[in-house]
Design a protein around this ligand. Structure first.
Ligand SMILES: *Cc1c(COP(=O)(O)O)cnc(C)c1O
Ligand code: SF4
Length: 337
């Protein structure tokens, strides 16, 4: 295989933790950077009391200066509409607390489990279905992790472990490397998957320490990124993805269908095209989970099907994500179309 002389790992001494602690943490700070006015946008200080504002500098730099409709801005700016109570939107929309057999584990589908690795995220997405999840109760001591591992050991039907969160890559690599080694020793587990948005919002997260444990595990590794809009993909992210792919990792993406962010076939087609250019395969397009505070992002199923049909007419099958919904009590995600 030919390798380009310029494609050497660049983030050997990456300082992603510094970037993480340097996130934008107030509405004023973000709007000032973009030359925008809080009143025009219905920004809400009150909404930050329930769920704070948190935006990495890298992600803010991908937004367009002076554009109040910017699709990335809309994902992170707390606004008044979040305070509206909607009776069909609640605090545990996918019923996760019911499937929490031991601390740190969500086991809902027969042969794959989520491990809640880290309660933290690098960014606070306003539509997130985890904004009310009891993460503090899922904060783990090493002793509890050993119990979680025992749970996996005694269930031979489990063949895949999914690192989830929060954002699992907010955890440090020493811990992730240790945990991965423990899981490797469980014979019936074949695959390791990581659901993360961190490389999108802080691409320097993909450094040599990460590639060390993830690139050298016997478990077949997949990283599922979370990208909602083509504007989230820039050269730095592409470089990070190249490094992951060179380490043998399969790259997929999941998006959430969000009103005002990506609710047109043009935007979603552009996203699929740009994902493929970056070496990432579209996996899921999720309907919004009905979480309290996010109802203004909701797209009705009829409209979602219309958008999806238009995508289908323009994209090869392998660039068409599956349109899905999480329904309480189902044995898998439900296909909408
Ligand atoms: C989405 C999800 C999974 C993974 O589902 P796949 O269809 O395999 O991607 C596993 N467990 C839970 C609880 C989930 O929500
Ligand atoms: S879990 Fe994902 S969607 Fe939710 S806030 Fe974190 S990065 Fe955003």
């Amino acid at each position: 295989m030919l390798t380009e002389p310029t494609s050497q790992p660049i983030n050997i001494y990456s300082d992603w933790k510094a970037e993480l602690s340097n996130c934008i943490s107030s509405i004023d700070q973000l709007l000032q950077l973009l030359g925008l006015n809080s009143k025009d946008l219905n920004a809400s200080q009150l909404a930050t009391q329930e769920f704070s504002i948190k935006v990495p500098q890298h992600y803010a730099q991908l937004m367009e200066y002076g554009n109040p409709e910017d699709p990335l801005l809309k994902q992170v700016l707390p606004i008044e509409a979040e305070l509206k109570q909607n009776p069909s939107f609640n605090t545990d929309p996918v019923n996760e607390s019911e499937y929490n057999p031991v601390a740190g584990i969500v086991h809902k589908y027969r042969n794959r489990v989520l491990m809640i690795i880290s309660p933290n995220c690098a960014i606070n997405c306003r539509y997130c279905f985890r904004r009310h999840f009891p993460y503090q109760e899922n904060r783990q001591s090493k002793q509890q992790w050993l119990q979680a591992l025992d749970y996996l050991k005694t269930r031979p039907e489990i063949n895949e472990v999914i690192y989830s969160g929060g954002d699992p890559l907010a955890a440090n690599d020493n811990f992730l490397g240790w945990l991965t080694q423990q899981i490797e020793s469980i014979k019936h587990i074949k695959r390791l998957r990581i659901h993360t948005r961190l490389p999108v919002v802080i691409p320097s997260r993909v450094d040599n320490q990460l590639l060390d444990w993830l690139g050298n595990t016997r478990l077949k590794p997949t990283v599922v990124l979370h990208i909602n809009h083509a504007n989230e993909i820039d050269a730095k992210l592409c470089q990070a993805v190249d490094q992951l792919k060179s380490a043998g990792i399969t790259m997929l993406n999941q998006s959430v269908l969000l009103k005002g962010v990506n609710d047109s076939s043009e935007q979603l087609i552009a996203l699929s095209e740009k994902l493929f250019d970056a070496g990432i395969i579209p996996y899921y397009l999720h309907m919004l989970d009905p979480v309290q505070g996010a109802s203004h992002f909701d797209i009705p199923v009829d409209r979602a099907i219309e958008i999806f049909s238009q995508m289908q007419a323009e994209l090869p099958g392998f660039l068409l994500p599956k349109l899905v919904q999480e329904r309480a009590g189902e044995t898998s995600k439900s296909l909408i179309l």
